[in-house]
Design a protein. Structure first.
Lengths: 80, 164
Protein backbone atom coordinates (compact mmCIF):
# COMPACT_ATOMS: atom_id res chain seq x y z
CA UNK A 1 0.00 0.00 0.00
CA UNK A 2 1.36 3.44 -0.86
CA UNK A 3 2.50 5.64 1.98
CA UNK A 4 1.36 9.27 1.78
CA UNK A 5 1.60 12.37 3.95
CA UNK A 6 -1.61 14.19 4.79
CA UNK A 7 -1.54 17.79 6.00
CA UNK A 8 -4.57 19.20 7.79
CA UNK A 9 -5.80 22.77 7.96
CA UNK A 10 -8.58 24.63 9.76
CA UNK A 11 -11.63 22.54 10.69
CA UNK A 12 -9.94 19.31 9.53
CA UNK A 13 -6.83 20.06 11.62
CA UNK A 14 -9.02 20.54 14.67
CA UNK A 15 -11.14 17.45 14.04
CA UNK A 16 -8.08 15.28 13.41
CA UNK A 17 -6.09 16.85 16.26
CA UNK A 18 -2.98 16.82 14.08
CA UNK A 19 -1.19 19.13 11.64
CA UNK A 20 0.04 16.22 9.51
CA UNK A 21 0.53 12.47 9.51
CA UNK A 22 2.05 9.76 7.37
CA UNK A 23 -0.15 6.82 6.58
CA UNK A 24 -0.44 3.78 4.37
CA UNK A 25 -3.62 3.51 2.39
CA UNK A 26 -5.24 1.33 -0.22
CA UNK A 27 -7.11 4.41 -1.51
CA UNK A 28 -6.28 5.05 -5.15
CA UNK A 29 -7.53 8.64 -5.29
CA UNK A 30 -7.82 11.68 -2.99
CA UNK A 31 -11.60 11.18 -2.93
CA UNK A 32 -11.24 7.60 -1.70
CA UNK A 33 -8.66 8.66 0.87
CA UNK A 34 -10.90 11.42 2.17
CA UNK A 35 -13.81 9.01 2.54
CA UNK A 36 -11.55 6.60 4.42
CA UNK A 37 -10.28 9.32 6.78
CA UNK A 38 -13.72 10.83 7.25
CA UNK A 39 -15.13 7.48 8.34
CA UNK A 40 -12.18 6.92 10.70
CA UNK A 41 -12.12 10.36 12.30
CA UNK A 42 -15.72 11.52 11.97
CA UNK A 43 -14.90 14.59 9.90
CA UNK A 44 -18.09 16.61 9.56
CA UNK A 45 -17.49 17.90 6.02
CA UNK A 46 -18.89 15.61 3.31
CA UNK A 47 -16.47 14.71 0.51
CA UNK A 48 -18.21 16.93 -2.02
CA UNK A 49 -17.40 20.04 0.02
CA UNK A 50 -13.68 19.36 0.19
CA UNK A 51 -11.12 19.89 -2.56
CA UNK A 52 -7.77 18.14 -2.79
CA UNK A 53 -4.22 19.26 -3.45
CA UNK A 54 -1.21 17.04 -4.07
CA UNK A 55 2.33 18.37 -3.72
CA UNK A 56 1.10 21.95 -3.43
CA UNK A 57 -1.25 22.02 -6.43
CA UNK A 58 -5.00 21.52 -6.83
CA UNK A 59 -5.86 18.14 -8.34
CA UNK A 60 -9.02 16.40 -9.45
CA UNK A 61 -10.56 14.27 -6.75
CA UNK A 62 -10.02 11.18 -8.91
CA UNK A 63 -6.35 11.91 -9.61
CA UNK A 64 -3.98 9.00 -8.91
CA UNK A 65 -2.55 8.82 -5.41
CA UNK A 66 1.11 7.90 -5.66
CA UNK A 67 3.70 6.72 -3.15
CA UNK A 68 5.13 9.69 -1.24
CA UNK A 69 2.37 12.14 -2.24
CA UNK A 70 1.79 15.12 0.03
CA UNK A 71 -1.99 15.41 0.22
CA UNK A 72 -3.95 18.38 1.53
CA UNK A 73 -7.73 18.39 1.85
CA UNK A 74 -9.15 21.88 1.46
CA UNK A 75 -12.35 22.77 3.32
CA UNK A 76 -14.59 25.54 1.91
CA UNK A 77 -12.45 28.67 1.86
CA UNK A 78 -13.32 31.89 3.67
CA UNK A 79 -10.70 34.54 3.03
CA UNK A 80 -11.42 38.25 3.06
CA UNK B 1 2.44 39.57 -6.29
CA UNK B 2 0.09 37.89 -3.84
CA UNK B 3 1.41 37.20 -0.36
CA UNK B 4 0.30 35.62 2.89
CA UNK B 5 1.47 37.58 5.93
CA UNK B 6 1.57 36.54 9.57
CA UNK B 7 2.43 40.10 10.63
CA UNK B 8 0.25 43.25 10.50
CA UNK B 9 -0.18 44.86 7.07
CA UNK B 10 0.99 48.43 6.45
CA UNK B 11 -1.11 49.96 3.67
CA UNK B 12 1.25 52.93 3.20
CA UNK B 13 4.20 50.69 2.42
CA UNK B 14 2.08 48.39 0.23
CA UNK B 15 0.75 51.37 -1.70
CA UNK B 16 4.24 52.72 -2.22
CA UNK B 17 5.27 49.58 -4.05
CA UNK B 18 2.68 50.31 -6.77
CA UNK B 19 3.98 53.78 -7.72
CA UNK B 20 4.24 54.25 -11.47
CA UNK B 21 4.72 57.48 -13.44
CA UNK B 22 2.18 56.27 -16.04
CA UNK B 23 -0.53 55.78 -13.41
CA UNK B 24 -3.52 58.09 -13.24
CA UNK B 25 -5.54 55.96 -10.85
CA UNK B 26 -4.89 53.90 -7.75
CA UNK B 27 -7.68 51.79 -6.25
CA UNK B 28 -7.12 49.90 -3.04
CA UNK B 29 -9.40 47.61 -1.09
CA UNK B 30 -9.01 46.99 2.64
CA UNK B 31 -10.93 44.17 4.30
CA UNK B 32 -11.37 44.91 8.01
CA UNK B 33 -12.45 42.64 10.83
CA UNK B 34 -16.08 43.51 11.62
CA UNK B 35 -17.80 43.12 14.98
CA UNK B 36 -20.84 41.30 13.56
CA UNK B 37 -21.60 38.49 11.12
CA UNK B 38 -25.08 37.24 10.21
CA UNK B 39 -26.54 38.72 13.35
CA UNK B 40 -23.92 37.36 15.75
CA UNK B 41 -21.58 39.61 17.74
CA UNK B 42 -17.99 38.80 16.75
CA UNK B 43 -15.20 39.25 19.28
CA UNK B 44 -12.14 38.19 17.24
CA UNK B 45 -11.04 36.10 14.24
CA UNK B 46 -8.37 33.55 13.41
CA UNK B 47 -7.19 33.23 9.81
CA UNK B 48 -5.34 30.15 8.67
CA UNK B 49 -3.84 29.58 5.20
CA UNK B 50 -2.27 26.81 3.18
CA UNK B 51 0.38 29.41 2.35
CA UNK B 52 2.14 27.66 -0.51
CA UNK B 53 -1.02 27.09 -2.52
CA UNK B 54 -2.66 30.34 -1.35
CA UNK B 55 0.17 32.38 -2.82
CA UNK B 56 0.20 30.30 -5.98
CA UNK B 57 -3.56 30.67 -6.51
CA UNK B 58 -3.43 34.37 -5.56
CA UNK B 59 -0.72 34.93 -8.15
CA UNK B 60 -2.85 33.15 -10.76
CA UNK B 61 -5.69 35.58 -9.98
CA UNK B 62 -3.30 38.50 -10.33
CA UNK B 63 -2.12 37.18 -13.71
CA UNK B 64 -5.77 36.89 -14.81
CA UNK B 65 -6.41 40.49 -13.73
CA UNK B 66 -3.44 41.65 -15.80
CA UNK B 67 -4.87 39.82 -18.83
CA UNK B 68 -8.43 41.09 -18.42
CA UNK B 69 -7.86 44.73 -17.51
CA UNK B 70 -5.64 47.57 -18.73
CA UNK B 71 -3.64 47.96 -15.53
CA UNK B 72 -0.05 48.79 -14.69
CA UNK B 73 0.45 47.02 -11.39
CA UNK B 74 -1.53 44.90 -8.94
CA UNK B 75 -0.75 43.32 -5.59
CA UNK B 76 -2.57 41.58 -2.74
CA UNK B 77 -1.76 40.49 0.79
CA UNK B 78 -3.83 38.43 3.22
CA UNK B 79 -3.20 38.11 6.95
CA UNK B 80 -3.03 34.93 8.96
CA UNK B 81 -3.14 34.56 12.73
CA UNK B 82 -5.27 36.08 15.49
CA UNK B 83 -6.97 39.35 14.50
CA UNK B 84 -9.03 41.78 16.53
CA UNK B 85 -11.99 43.96 15.54
CA UNK B 86 -10.82 46.70 13.18
CA UNK B 87 -7.64 44.90 12.11
CA UNK B 88 -6.73 44.83 8.44
CA UNK B 89 -7.32 41.28 7.16
CA UNK B 90 -6.74 41.70 3.43
CA UNK B 91 -5.36 44.41 1.15
CA UNK B 92 -5.57 44.65 -2.65
CA UNK B 93 -4.08 47.50 -4.65
CA UNK B 94 -4.23 48.28 -8.37
CA UNK B 95 -2.82 51.14 -10.40
CA UNK B 96 -3.80 51.96 -13.96
CA UNK B 97 -3.78 54.86 -16.38
CA UNK B 98 -7.54 55.29 -15.86
CA UNK B 99 -9.89 54.63 -12.95
CA UNK B 100 -12.30 52.23 -14.68
CA UNK B 101 -9.75 49.48 -15.16
CA UNK B 102 -8.35 50.03 -11.66
CA UNK B 103 -11.78 49.67 -10.01
CA UNK B 104 -12.68 46.62 -12.11
CA UNK B 105 -9.39 44.83 -11.52
CA UNK B 106 -9.45 45.51 -7.78
CA UNK B 107 -12.97 44.10 -7.55
CA UNK B 108 -11.96 41.07 -9.60
CA UNK B 109 -8.95 40.26 -7.44
CA UNK B 110 -10.77 40.49 -4.10
CA UNK B 111 -13.82 38.57 -5.34
CA UNK B 112 -11.75 35.74 -6.82
CA UNK B 113 -9.44 35.63 -3.80
CA UNK B 114 -12.40 35.18 -1.46
CA UNK B 115 -13.77 32.36 -3.62
CA UNK B 116 -10.59 30.47 -4.54
CA UNK B 117 -7.61 31.09 -2.25
CA UNK B 118 -7.16 28.44 0.48
CA UNK B 119 -7.61 30.66 3.52
CA UNK B 120 -9.97 29.84 6.37
CA UNK B 121 -11.62 32.05 8.95
CA UNK B 122 -12.67 31.05 12.44
CA UNK B 123 -14.98 33.52 14.14
CA UNK B 124 -15.03 33.86 17.91
CA UNK B 125 -18.37 35.18 19.14
CA UNK B 126 -19.25 37.33 22.11
CA UNK B 127 -21.23 34.40 23.59
CA UNK B 128 -18.00 32.35 23.86
CA UNK B 129 -18.62 30.02 20.91
CA UNK B 130 -16.49 29.74 17.75
CA UNK B 131 -17.13 28.60 14.20
CA UNK B 132 -15.20 27.92 10.99
CA UNK B 133 -17.00 30.00 8.37
CA UNK B 134 -18.62 28.13 5.43
CA UNK B 135 -18.01 24.76 7.14
CA UNK B 136 -21.36 24.22 8.88
CA UNK B 137 -22.85 20.82 8.05
CA UNK B 138 -26.18 20.62 9.87
CA UNK B 139 -25.60 17.36 11.70
CA UNK B 140 -23.94 15.34 8.92
CA UNK B 141 -22.24 12.15 10.08
CA UNK B 142 -19.45 9.95 8.80
CA UNK B 143 -21.97 7.35 7.65
CA UNK B 144 -23.00 9.70 4.88
CA UNK B 145 -19.42 10.08 3.58
CA UNK B 146 -19.49 10.77 -0.11
CA UNK B 147 -23.21 11.32 -0.10
CA UNK B 148 -24.89 14.46 -1.31
CA UNK B 149 -23.67 17.57 0.45
CA UNK B 150 -25.58 20.46 1.88
CA UNK B 151 -27.69 22.25 -0.71
CA UNK B 152 -25.74 25.33 0.30
CA UNK B 153 -22.40 23.87 -0.79
CA UNK B 154 -20.69 26.10 -3.30
CA UNK B 155 -20.12 23.97 -6.40
CA UNK B 156 -16.59 25.15 -6.90
CA UNK B 157 -15.47 23.67 -3.58
CA UNK B 158 -16.95 20.21 -4.15
CA UNK B 159 -14.66 17.19 -4.48
CA UNK B 160 -16.40 15.25 -7.19
CA UNK B 161 -14.53 13.15 -9.70
CA UNK B 162 -13.58 15.43 -12.53
CA UNK B 163 -13.66 18.69 -10.58
CA UNK B 164 -10.27 20.43 -10.57
Amino acid sequence: MPSVTVQYFAILREQRGLVSEQLSTSAATPLALYRELRARHNFTLPADRVRAAIDGEFVKSDAPLREGANVVFIPPVAGG
Amino acid sequence: MFKISSVPLEPGALNGALLDARAGACVTFEGWVRNENEGRAVRALDYEAFAELAEREGNRIIAEAREKFQILAVAGVHRTGALQIGDLAVWVGVVAAHRGAAFDACRYVIDEAKARVPIWKKEHYADGTSEWINCATRGEHASSAGGPGSPNSPHRTGMRPGSP
